[in-house]
Design a protein around this ligand. Structure first.
Ligand code: PGA
Ligand code: MG
Length: 219
C-alpha cells in the first residue's frame, strides 16, 4: 500500500561515527518501491550515497533546501541562502562559529556544534531557524524542511505524499515524518521525533531501519 520510502542518512543509515549499516543497505537495495534519501548534507554527498547504496537518484539535500531528480540532473534550490547568511552574521557577533562545507551549500549554512543552540535560537531572526541534526547545526530558511521538499517531490512524481513511508532520527526529520503516510523513528532518535512517529523501533540506526521494513512487510 505504501508506494515509496524516504530515509534520512546520518544517525539513521549511519551510526554516531557515520559508519553505514550494511544490513540496511542490503535491505534498501531489495525494496521494490523507490527509495529517496533525505539529508542535511550537501547534494553531491547525497547523490554519491544514493549511487553506492544503489537506490533511486532522487535526493533531498540541505534539509530540504535542495532537491535533485537525477544523478546527472540539476539541483533545484528551494531555500533562500541570503537569509541564512544574514543570520550567520548575527550569530558571529556572539559565538565563534565554524562553518562546514560552506563552499558547496546552496540554500543554508552548516556549522560545527560548538555553541549553545538555545542561546542562538533566542537571537536569530524569524525568517530562519536553526536545527541540530546531532552531527551539525544548520541555519535554514524558515520556509524550508525535508517535509516540504518531500511534498514537492511527491507532486512531481505524481504520488501523494501520504504514499511515502519516512524514517529518521533527529529534529530535522520531524516535518518529513509528519507529512508522510507512515513515520518511523529509529531507537536512537530525538524524543521530539519519537513523539510524531507511528513506529519507534527497538533497535538503533540501520538495524532500526531493517526492523521497520520487516514490520511493514516490505522485506
Ligand atoms: O548533515 C547533517 O547534519 C546530518 O544530516 P542527516 O542526518 O539529515 O543525514
Ligand atoms: Mg539524521
Amino acid at each position: 500500500m505504501f508506494k515509496a520510502l524516504v530515509v534520512d542518512i546520518d544517525g539513521t543509515l549511519t551510526d554516531k561515527k557515520r559508519a553505514i549499516n550494511c544490513r540496511a543497505v542490503e535491505a534498501l537495495r531489495k525494496l521494490k518501491i523507490p527509495v529517496v534519501l533525505a539529508t542535511g548534507n550537501i547534494s553531491c554527498f547525497a547523490r554519491a550515497v544514493a549511487k553506492i547504496i544503489g537506490v533511486s537518484d532522487i535526493v533531498i539535500a540541505e534539509n530540504g533546501g535542495v532537491v535533485r531528480f537525477s544523478y546527472d540532473g540539476e539541483d533545484i534550490v528551494l531555500g533562500d541562502r541570503s537569509k541564512c547568511l544574514r543570520a550567520l552574521e548575527t550569530l558571529r557577533k556572539r559565538f565563534k562559529v565554524e562553518l562546514l562545507d560552506n563552499e558547496y551549500r546552496k540554500s543554508e549554512v552548516c556549522m560545527r556544534r560548538n555553541f549553545p543552540i538555545e542561546e542562538a535560537r533566542k537571537i536569530l531572526p524569524k525568517d530562519v531557524r536553526i536545527v541540530d541534526t546531532g552531527f551539525a547545526y544548520h541555519i535554514i530558511d524558515a520556509n524550508v524542511s525535508k517535509g516540504k521538499a518531500l511534498m514537492f517531490i511527491a507532486d512531481k512524481l505524481g504520488l501523494d505524499v501520504k504514499d511515502f513511508i519516512a524514517i529518521g532520527d533527529s529534529e530535522n526529520d520531524i516535518e518529513m515524518l509528519e507529512v508522510a503516510g507512515f513515520g518511523v523513528a529509529v531507537a536512537n532518535a530525538d524524543e521530539k521525533l519519537k513523539e510524531v512517529a507511528d513506529l519507534v523501533t527497538s533497535k538503533p540506526n540501520g538495524d532500526g531501519v531493517v526492523e521497520a521494513l520487516e514490520f511493514l512487510g516490505l522485506i
